[in-house]
Design a protein. Structure first.
Length: 359
């Protein structure tokens, strides 16, 4: 039986060192495809977002090598593929970027007959408003964005976006995510607005608030706010819940909260980009990831919420009963999913954050 757990430090050291790593495999039904492919999958994924042994297990089960590159946010992923696929077979965009890529004709339809482990998904994840019928995407993980914080450095739980957007109380000890859309959306939530609001005046209000707050912001973190928090460089950071949960295992002075104004609920998805050189093998890797045991091992290792009902059923109670992973209904009621709002909106947001950074 393979080892399913490591110390938190060794987990993060392992994941952080996986930059251009690999493993290899061949695990898919071969019906519905043509000529056999080179035994390779080029995987473009988020940092610290795969199981300890997933790629090696896939290689042992199938014989296909997996080479994995990392991106920091959806903007980087989209920009890398906008001008043409440089050779990736499998990517992991978030729900609104799945829709953006569908509109831009950047994804290929999935062959569901080659992914029988779709049956392991929970009913709520078998369809999606952003991808009706799951034609182009299948869910990988879901979760929230909130505030990670150091308990001993604060005199209260930072249960408001105020402490990141509109206060000098923790000046120089604050990090925000670098993703332009997320920064604007959480600012809108703090102002009591829907995070999908597109009114240019509202976006301008968030921009002006960020410019006022900028002297107090230590960093716009490229998916490493949890590392800044763990190292003591900041005391509060906007971050993905699973990333904070990973460092909470290393330091019990750290915690995570979804602010009272609400926030974002998101879903990261497995997609095959147009021009993928090894689409058969990409289908094989998707099917392997959706296996019950493989899915459990990934979920328990990276601390994000799995949409895989069969995997969750096999998971330990400490994982499946953790409210920071699977939020209670009253927290979910405060959350909104981001939707794709068109390229004009995207330009508006990008230009606003460019001005913030230049201020």
């Amino acid at each position: 039986m393979k080892k399913r757990h490591m110390t938190a430090l060794s987990r993060r050291s392992f994941l952080a060192g996986m930059g251009a790593v690999a493993a290899g495999i061949t695990f898919m039904p071969r019906r519905g495809f043509g000529q056999e492919e080179e035994k390779l999958v080029n995987f473009y994924n988020w940092d610290t977002y795969i199981g300890e042994t997933t790629l090696g297990d896939f290689q042992a089960a199938t014989g296909i090598e997996v080479k994995m590159d990392l991106f920091a946010d959806n903007d980087e992923l989209f920009a890398k593929l906008r001008e043409g696929n440089p050779g990736y077979d499998l990517i992991v965009p978030t729900n609104d970027y799945v829709e953006r890529m569908i509109v831009a004709d950047m994804l290929v339809p999935l062959d569901h007959s080659a992914i029988p482990n779709i049956e392991n998904l929970g009913e709520a994840f078998r369809d999606a408003e952003f991808d009706p019928g799951r034609k182009y995407s299948l869910p990988y993980m879901w979760g929230t964005i909130g505030i990670g914080y150091r308990k001993s450095a604060l005199d209260e739980v930072p249960d408001s976006w105020k402490w990141l957007y509109d206060s000098d109380k923790y000046s120089g000890r604050i990090a925000l995510l670098s993703d332009a859309g997320t920064i604007i959306q959480m600012g809108l939530k703090y102002l009591g607005q829907p995070l999908n609001a597109t009114d240019p005046e509202l976006i301008k209000q968030v921009e002006e608030m960020l410019i006022r707050q900028k002297p107090h912001i230590k960093s716009f973190a490229e998916d490493n706010g949890q590392d800044l928090l763990l190292s003591g460089e900041v005391d509060l950071t906007m971050e993905w819940n699973g990333d904070i949960l990973q460092v909470m295992e290393e330091d019990d002075d750290l915690d995570y909260v979804v602010p009272k104004e609400g926030g974002l609920i998101w879903q990261d998805c497995l997609c095959i980009p147009k021009g993928a050189p090894h689409p058969q093998n990409a289908h094989a890797l998707i099917n392997f990831i959706l296996d019950a045991e493989a899915g459990r091992d990934i979920a328990e290792f990276i601390y994000y919420a799995t949409p895989n009902a069969a995997a969750r059923a096999l998971a330990e109670d400490a994982y499946k009963s953790n409210p920071a992973i699977f939020p209670p209904d009253e927290t979910i009621a405060m959350l909104e999913a981001s939707i794709y709002k068109g390229e004009d909106y995207q330009r508006l947001v990008d230009e606003a954050i460019t001005r913030v950074r230049a201020a």
